[in-house]
Write a protein that binds this ligand. Sequence first.
Ligand SMILES: [Cu+2]
Length: 224
Amino acid sequence: MSLFAKKLLSVAATVTALGVLIGLYVADWATSYPKEITATSAPANSGGVNLTLEAVAAVGAKYSPQHPEWVSYLVRTGGRWVRSTDYIVPANSVVHVTIYQYDTPTGLRNPFLSQVQGTVGSTEVIDGKTVNSIPPEEASHTFAVPELGVFVPLPGASEEGKHPCEEAPCELNSDHRTISFSFRTGKKGRYRWQCFVPCGAGWYFGNGGPMQTLGYMDGFINVV
Ligand SMILES: [Cu+2]
């Protein structure tokens, strides 16, 4: 075999190996969906279902060995916190959402999103107080389902708090805000939801990483 042929062969082998690795990476990325979590049924007389979430500043190695420092949502199911942003709720019903928010403020880039929209009564309850907006700079995350017209800004925990939660799962003895609201579902469908606060610290304009990866700051509401 000539030297040229040997070189050509080794280049071809390297390109093939790289191609396989890239393929595996893409396949892994494209198929790693968070698992679907069914909302729990609310007490009989209140109707609808309950969805209990928490938003954390760092998800930790237990929930995400690859990205322990990423900001994330978790959902309460079967008595524990699970990292998933893919939820199942019934059609034509009311979803009662409670979010424990442990992260500090980042602030909204678009202040319009600091108004509560699309919830029952167009309000949210923050630490027991009913409001229809928050100061845009106090937003830490949002829970927004654009196709359903639902936009709920979530205020940050105090930056001076004495008991910040370092990583998930965060429990109620850490500094947090408690937010609750309800929204109505209509027909069946798969609706994207996401955070609109540029909370992906260390990423381009705060919008990369956890902001663009399913299972952290965005997911799906499966109305069935
Ligand atoms: Cu966020």
